[in-house]
Design a protein around this ligand. Structure first.
Ligand code: FA5
Length: 328
């Protein structure tokens, strides 16, 4: 029995199997336990002799089991470690780095330019009142200029701002001149969407108010922006135009070499002019002079990067967006 038990212990291959061997010999109904129980039936002399042998064998088996158990534990641990092995010489899996959206890059670039020219950056609400978006900017209630900027209205009569110009009024209500500010932000229009028009887009507004500000200062500011963006070889041009909140009003364009076509051309950017006296009146300014300009940021981005359709900027198609990761 001893030899058989020792063999079974030595050849058990799992802790479970080993446990079964233990039960078989040393359990309550185990073969060795059975023998110990039978001792009572033997004469005293034989009982003592056999008892000693059985107890010695029991101790031997217990020791063999504990030894084997340790071996099995070790080998199971080894297998586990083997399975979890990490090859530190394998090349790592690179993290996909995110990046700014092209429009964010363009906005940051513009803000850098204006901050370097001494402008403060301010932002305002996208949900506006008719007063700030139109009335305070000298759009009379029934003026056709409102039709060009139809927008989305909430049931309480507020609207999604159609341009960043309402921030001119909001800022002037709370600040005294002189100051120079730029306002980047989202604007909204009820627009038939096509390759150059979106229902939501971005504008950058600039407002400079102080003493003796003239049209020459406006032209100078636009030229400085163009120089910073494009280089000293650029030119700028103003063409007469109408916006109710400026007088005189103009559209401005900058001269540049389109990097995609290689052709030199005028890039029409937006509107500008001298702040209208009615706007100063609305904010309670007296004897102030100032200029403002505002333009579409998408337009600058589309032309600068040769993007044929404004809708590409908003479709979240990574094949498009990835091309502009890390530009500028
Ligand atoms: C304005 O919004 C005036 N607030 C600009 C201004 C500011 C004039 C300060 C005077 C003084 P306008 O509606 O023209 O003007 O829009 C300005 C620019 O926004 C356009 O030149 C164009 O680049 C861009 N834009 C207009 N509509 C859209 C549109 N649906 N999608 C994308 N860009 C647009």
């Amino acid at each position: 029995m001893r030899d058989q038990a020792i063999r079974e212990i030595a050849t058990s291959t799992t802790q479970q199997e080993l446990q079964e061997v233990r039960v078989k010999y040393l359990g309550k109904k185990g073969r060795l336990t059975q023998r110990l129980r039978e001792l009572g039936n033997l004469p005293a002399e034989e009982r003592r002799q056999l008892g000693r042998e059985i107890n010695a064998m029991k101790a031997e088996l217990e020791q063999a089991i504990s030894h084997r158990k340790h071996e099995l534990q070790q080998s199971e641990l080894r297998q586990k470690l083997e399975g979890e092995r990490v090859d530190v010489t394998l090349p790592g899996v690179p993290f996909k780095a995110g990046g700014f959206h092209l429009l964010t890059h363009v906005i940051n670039r513009l803000l850098d330019v204006f901050v370097s020219l001494g402008y403060d950056v301010v932002t305002g609400p996208e949900l506006e009142t008719d007063y700030y978006n139109f009335s305070a900017l000298n759009f009379p209630d029934d003026h056709p200029a409102r039709d060009e900027q139809d927008t989305f209205f909430t049931v309480d009569g507020r609207l999604l701002r159609t341009h960043t110009s309402p921030m001119q009024v909001r800022y002037m209500e709370r600040h005294k001149p002189p100051f120079k500010i730029v306002v980047p932000g989202k604007v909204f229009r009820n627009e038939a969407v096509d390759a150059t028009h979106e229902a939501m887009f971005h504008q950058l507004e600039a407002l400079v108010v102080g003493e003796h500000i003239t049209m020459a200062d406006l032209k100078g500011a636009i030229s400085e922006m163009a120089t910073a963006l494009i280089g000293s070889e650029t030119k700028t041009r103003l063409q007469p135009s109408f916006f109710p909140f400026v007088e005189p009003g103009a559209e401005f364009a900058i001269w540049w070499e389109n990097p995609r076509s290689g052709k030199e051309e005028w890039l029409e950017l937006g509107g500008c002019g001298m702040v209208h006296p009615k706007v100063f009146e609305a904010v309670g300014y007296q004897d102030a002079t100032g200029f403002a300009f505002g333009f579409g940021i998408e337009r600058l981005a589309l032309v600068s990067y040769g993007i044929p359709d404004i809708r590409y900027l908003y479709q979240s198609d990574l094949r498009v967006l990835k091309q502009f990761r890390g530009v500028l």
